[in-house]
Design a protein around this ligand. Structure first.
Ligand code: CMP
Length: 137
C-alpha cells in the first residue's frame, strides 16, 4: 500500500503562546514528527487581515473577540509539509476547547482558554488555500 499524499497545511502560533515564548517548542514538535516548515512569517496581523483570515466565522457571536485577539500581538504562521499533514497536525494540536485538550497535545500543554488556545491549524485543503493566502499575502 502506498502512503497518503504529501500535502501542506498552515499553523498559526497565536499571540498568547508567542508572548509566552512557546514558538520554538511548538515548531520543534512538528519537526520531530517529520513535518517540514517550508515558509515562516511573524507579524501582528491587522484587523482587516484577521477579518479575512477568519471570514468563515463572520456570522458567529464571537467573531469580534476572535479578530481582536488574533490581531492583539505578534503571531507566527508556518506552512508545514508532510504526509497527511492536515490530519496529523489537527491530531497534534488537540481540542479547540483547550480545557478538554489531551495532555501531550499542543493545546493540552500550552493553551489557557478558548480564544487563547495557543494555536490555529487549517482543517481542510480549502481552508489551507484560503488561510495561507491570507496570512502570507
Ligand atoms: P481556531 O482553531 O483558531 O478557530 C476559530 C477560533 O474561534 C477557535 O480556535 C477559538 O479560539 C475560537 N472560538 C471557537 N468557539 C468560540 C466561542 N464559542 N467563543 C469564543 N471563541 C471561540
Amino acid at each position: 500500500m502506498s502512503l497518503p499524499a504529501v500535502e501542506r497545511t498552515l499553523i498559526v502560533v497565536k499571540p498568547d503562546a508567542t508572548a509566552k515564548g512557546h514558538v520554538g517548542d511548538i515548531i520543534s514538535r512538528f519537526e520531530k514528527r517529520g513535518l517540514k516548515p517550508v515558509e515562516i512569517r511573524m507579524q501582528t496581523v491587522s484587523r482587516a487581515r484577521a477579518e479575512q483570515f477568519y471570514s468563515v466565522h463572520k456570522d458567529k457571536p464571537f467573531f469580534g473577540d476572535l479578530v481582536s485577539f488574533i490581531s492583539s500581538g505578534p503571531s507566527v504562521g508556518v506552512i508545514l509539509e508532510g504526509t497527511d499533514a492536515i490530519a496529523v497536525v489537527r491530531l497534534m494540536i488537540g481540542s479547540t476547547r483547550s480545557w478538554t485538550a489531551a495532555p501531550g497535545t499542543i493545546r493540552g500543554d500550552f493553551a489557557t482558554g478558548l480564544l487563547d488556545n495557543a494555536i490555529h491549524a487549517s482543517d481542510s485543503k480549502d481552508s489551507f488555500d484560503w488561510e495561507s493566502k491570507t496570512y502570507f499575502s
